[in-house]
Design a protein around this ligand. Structure first.
Ligand code: X2X
Length: 336
């Protein structure tokens, strides 16, 4: 029973108990699940979840055995989203903006210059805004765990020139992740955005397919983007996170006590990951300068005004609808 495969177990699911008890009373490893992410193993998204996975294995006597696949090993984000929907992957962390191809409302945290700081973003995402989005995720046929993980405030790096004013974004050949909100924002800035999946960003910058990209400092550091970029402009133009998604059939196949353990440990992982990202980020401007990146600060009001005059806020308010938009504004104050 100990080495029974998941395939065999599911095939015989009607005849066999899903969790076997062996002679010593310990549960056999009955569920071998895959957990996929797009980030390098060193990023807190992976280290915090690796710790949770070990705690889950211990707390379930090995019954839930999860294997972590970082670094887009199982594919691009759109491909992994398909796999978590089909059940080929059981757990997957994804940017809410990329999830918006399936769940349009999910992108709402990415509205430009909406959140003033991390605390405000987490208040919204742990509160009514996150609850609204999770409800939509469930309607779309996926399960989202309660606590969102931190990606962070995004900054722009380039190989060509520093971004000091909105005019510096004009015609900039910038990589954006595969999501409409990103393309819309940088189109409105007058840039030339190109969609590139994260696993191809380093090479895309190295070969000058694109001259720029935008990501939080923790990713610029752990993905070593400083090796292929020269300037880092602190624009804080968007806050983003990662929802931990599960394939509902796979999650519901777990006995209730194992589901409870998984929920508890992934919630703890998310809170620990937020702290770890904050701690890492606080030292990164200094260490990335040591890696050769040239930093500059910006005045967010000028960038925000550019988006306001392009109609960015009114366009996205109409797309998200009044209910979702006013839930966001309940945390951020009036945006449009
Ligand atoms: O693709 C990106 O830039 C990343 C890693 O930040 C996301 O997952 C959105």
């Amino acid at each position: 029973m100990k080495n029974i495969s998941r395939r065999g177990l599911l095939a015989g699911a009607s005849a066999l108990p899903l969790v076997a008890i062996n002679a010593t009373g310990a549960r056999a490893a009955s569920f071998h699940y895959k957990f996929a992410t797009n980030l390098p193993p060193e990023h807190p998204l992976n280290t915090s979840n690796a710790a949770a996975i070990a705690r889950i294995k211990a707390a379930t006597d090995g019954a839930l055995d999860i294997m972590l696949y970082p670094n887009s090993q199982l594919g691009t984000d759109p491909a992994m989203l398909n796999q978590v929907r089909s059940g080929a992957i059981q757990f997957f962390t994804l940017s809410p903006l990329i999830l918006s191809t399936l769940v349009p409302t999910a992108a709402i945290n990415g509205v430009g210059f909406a959140f003033a700081n991390e605390a405000q973003a987490f208040k919204a995402m742990d509160g009514k805004l996150g609850a609204l989005v999770r409800g939509e995720i469930e309607k779309a046929g996926l399960f989202a765990f309660d606590k969102i993980y931190d990606n962070g405030f995004r900054q722009i790096t380039t190989s060509t020139h520093p971004i000091k004013t909105p005019d510096d974004l004009h015609n900039l050949r910038i990589r954006v992740p595969p999501a409409a909100l990103w393309t819309s924002m940088f189109t409105d800035f007058g840039s030339a955005p190109t969609t590139v999946s994260f696993n191809e960003v380093y090479t895309g910058l190295q070969t000058h397919l694109v001259d720029a990209q935008e990501n939080p400092l923790a990713i610029i550091s752990t993905a070593k983007l400083y090796e292929v970029q020269k300037y880092c402009s602190m624009t804080n133009h968007m806050w983003d996170g990662f929802w931990l998604l599960a394939n509902p059939a796979a999650f519901n196949a777990l006995p209730a006590d194992i589901q409870t353990i998984a929920k508890r440990e992934f919630a703890r992982a998310a809170l620990e990951q937020r702290v770890a990202v904050a701690k890492l980020t606080s030292g990164l401007e200094t260490s990335l300068k040591g890696n050769g990146l040239i930093f500059n600060n910006t005045t967010p009001a000028a960038f925000r005004a550019k988006l306001a005059s392009s109609g960015f806020y009114t366009t996205w308010k109409a797309k998200f609808g009044d209910a979702a938009w006013s839930t966001l504004e309940g945390y951020t104050g009036t945006l449009a």
